[in-house]
Ligand binder design. Structure first.
Ligand code: GZL
Length: 323
């Protein structure tokens, strides 16, 4: 249902109460086709993001709910502008994936003051005031980092020393912060594991390639690359091959996401292990929006189900991968 300016709303309410025919029936009278949602997406930086956008747009189209959509090109100021525009348009619900964790309190307070509920998808914010959003829907990134670390500990059980290059996601982003934290928690228990270099590739394939080219020059004896997403891992593969080395053998690679291109590289033996991070959040977001608009309770934190893949499992899973 489209929201009215206060005066108009009072008028519409009077009309509804008087039972007069014609005009808008006022808030609460419509079904799904009256709901309007504003979604501020991070950008289109990776295969994961493309799949996430497809999932969200497809689910809202299927549900017959109007979705206003913006692509911030990975800039926080663009997401803030988009959220302010949705507030101006008085949408029923705002949803977004915060490109970084900090700097959201002001605009989220503006949405709260306008009476517009906000749903966080995919990435979290570090605000102390959790009344600024109704729910978070996404992955446990610390757990993802731990799963990557556990595979490394097992894979290098017989090694005396393991030199690691870490390709970080976007600086300040929840998945970058938390995947680094979870990974460090696990490998930090054994001093044989050494992160010799750690640098952001901004979750992009080109970023991963550029950083890996530079880090290979300064760390020619690296044993393992831990990339915070498949796209940076795929970029690292290009750099490793350009240096005349064999990815997956001379330098092992562990990544996060499990998008189709990453799973293909895993099946081909160029990546050694992938921790899944599901982008398919669209249907769950539609469900949350319907509950919020209907005034029903929604869980504060809804964590998505995810698994991991070895090279053998990737060969099995590839034919059925949705993204
Ligand atoms: C994780 C998501 C990350 C992906 C990257 O939920 O925010 O952003 O891991 C994407 O591929 O760019």
């Amino acid at each position: 249902m489209k929201r009215f300016a206060p005066i108009a709303a009072a008028g519409a309410l009077l009309v509804a109460l008087a039972g007069c025919a014609g005009g808008d029936a006022g808030p609460g009278a419509g079904g799904d086709d009256d709901i309007v949602v504003g979604f501020a997406q991070v950008g289109a930086e990776s295969g994961w993001r493309t799949a996430n956008t497809k999932s969200i747009q497809g689910a809202f189209e299927e549900a017959g709910i109007e979705l206003k959509f913006s692509d911030a090109q990975q800039k926080q100021e663009n997401q803030i502008k988009a959220i302010r525009s949705y507030i101006q348009q008085q949408v029923d619900v705002i949803a977004f994936s915060p490109v970084v964790e900090s700097g959201w309190d002001t605009v989220l307070k503006e949405a709260k003051d306008a009476g517009i509920p906000v749903v966080l998808t995919d990435r979290a914010v570090d605000s102390k005031d959790d009344s600024l959003y109704v729910s978070f829907l996404g992955s446990d990134f610390i757990e993802e980092g731990k799963k990557a670390g556990e595979w490394v500990v097992q894979e290098f059980a017989d090694a005396d020393s393991v030199k690691i290059v870490q390709l970080e996601g976007t600086t300040g982003a929840a998945p970058a912060n938390d995947r680094a934290e979870g990974f460090a928690d696990v490998i930090g228990a054994d001093p044989k594991f050494e992160i010799v270099a750690s640098q952001t590739g901004d979750f992009t394939r080109s970023g991963g390639k550029q950083v890996m080219e530079a880090l290979l020059k300064s760390n020619p004896d690296v044993d393992l690359v831990y990339a915070h997403n498949d796209d940076m891992g795929l970029g690292a593969i290009e750099a490793i091959e350009a240096a005349g080395l064999v990815p997956g053998q001379d330098i092992k690679i562990v990544t996060v996401d499990a998008v189709k291109d990453g799973m293909q590289a895993l099946a081909d033996g160029k990546i050694n292990f992938i921790v899944e991070c599901s982008p398919l959040l669209g249907e769950q977001l539609v469900d949350i929006v319907r509950k919020v608009v209907a005034g029903e309770e929604v869980e504060k934190r809804i964590v998505t189900e995810e698994t991991t893949f070895t090279q053998e499992q990737a060969v099995e899973a590839l034919p059925d991968r949705q993204y």
